[in-house]
Design a protein around this ligand. Structure first.
Ligand code: DAT
Ligand code: MG
Length: 356
């Protein structure tokens, strides 16, 4: 059975070209207080919650009651200016309709208040695309904290690894990655080089296809066939077992990792008693590195590998059948989708990973 996939949308700057009305609203209400707010200040504030913007602009000593009053005034001004006038950004409505037709579950996770989301989705006629709406007030910390996205995933009933976030703001991209989600960034607000943490960066949503979205959400795992298995001619056997899990082999190479690569790969184990031996071992001989892709790739591979210690691993698992000892345990597999993403980057370039 196919796992449910979801797309979580940021709203301002991704779906709605609401920026000009937000800027005008800030300028109107801060101007009343004798504070200048430039287009540059506005750009820096993108994706942040109002309380953070107000404190950054008016100083930390301002009381919570004042922050709330100013935020309310700003949003009322925004709604007066934007109501009925907000335009969609290029490609957003088309992509929303396509994803809805394809059965993707969708949410908005925005730092903006609920009334603004209602106003904008109403103006654009897209309210029925979303099963879930999470706003800045539903969480204790705004982006770049991952809470908004994690809450959206939870309410959608979809695992973070099966969610794709679409963002335009630097803080939003960081939040998505911290949530363990794939991220598509669109350069509507920030240039390409500021959004580098995203998995895919596009200049407009007009060119994004369902295939692009599916590939972004697809789970991957790194597999290493360790020196003990290589020595005994088990590379083919182990690869074949993993192919039989219904996963797609998308990258494969043989290499002799140097110590630096081994240290980066096993960095989480630094300081543990077995770390030095582990690094020496994996860099002691040529190994095979592979990337497998598919639904639940990480869990399926971990299950096929068996327990870390071959003595504890069940018969029929790779380590149960071939492992020699807890160190010489034949195979490495990523332990989460987020770990996989980082590990794969150590061993493969994007060009070495195939889509087919
Ligand atoms: P896994 O490889 O199942 O993800 P891990 O991440 O806990 O296991 O450890 C990484 C590797 O380190 C593991 O494959 C073998 C080695 N290792 C782990 N625990 C060990 C121990 N107690 N003694 C010696 N080597 C160990
Ligand atoms: Mg591990």
């Amino acid at each position: 059975m196919a796992e449910i996939r979801a797309v979580i949308w940021d709203m301002d700057g991704v779906i709605a070209d609401s920026g000009p009305y937000h800027l005008a609203a800030w300028q109107e209400i801060l101007g009343r207080r004798g504070v200048k707010f430039t287009a540059g200040d506005f750009k820096h504030s993108f994706g942040l919650r109002n309380d953070n913007i107000i404190r950054n602009t008016l100083g930390k000593e301002i009381t919570q009651a004042e922050v709330d009053a100013i935020a309310r005034e700003k949003e009322e001004t925004f709604r007066r200016l934007a109501g009925g006038r907000t335009k969609p950004l290029p490609g957003a409505l088309e992509l929303l309709k396509l994803l809805k037709k394809e059965g993707f579950r969708m949410a908005i996770a925005s730092s903006t208040p609920a009334e603004n989301i209602e106003l904008v989705t109403g103006t654009l006629g897209i309210a029925d695309c979303f099963q879930v709406i999470v706003n800045g007030h539903d969480v204790t910390e705004g982006k770049p904290d991952p809470q908004v996205f994690l809450l959206a995933a939870q309410r959608l009933g979809v695992k973070p690894a099966n969610c794709l976030v679409i963002e335009d703001a630097v803080a939003g991209v960081t939040a998505a990655k911290r949530a363990g989600m794939a991220c598509l960034a669109v350069t509507n607000t920030h240039p390409h080089q500021k959004l580098k943490e995203a998995n895919l960066i596009v200049d407009t949503l007009e060119k994004v296809t369902i295939k692009d979205i599916e590939e972004l959400i697809m789970e991957r795992s790194l597999v290493l066939i360790k020196p003990d298995a290589m020595r005994r001619g088990l590379a083919g056997e182990i690869t074949a077992r993993l192919e039989k899990l219904g996963l797609k082999l998308v990258a494969l190479k043989m290499l002799h990792p140097d110590k630096a690569l081994a240290q980066r790969h096993y960095a989480v184990h630094k300081g543990k008693p077995f770390y030095d031996d582990l690094v020496d071992y994996i860099s002691s001989a040529p190994i095979v590195a592979a990337v497998f892709e598919g639904e639940g790739a990480v869990a399926k591979i971990r299950q096929a590998m068996g327990a870390t210690d071959p003595a504890q691993a069940k018969k029929g698992t790779i380590r149960g059948d071939f492992g020699l000892s807890i160190g010489e345990n034949s195979v490495h597999g990523s332990d989460s989708a987020a770990t996989a993403e980082a590990e794969i980057k150590l061993f493969f370039t994007e060009e070495e990973i195939f889509g087919y």
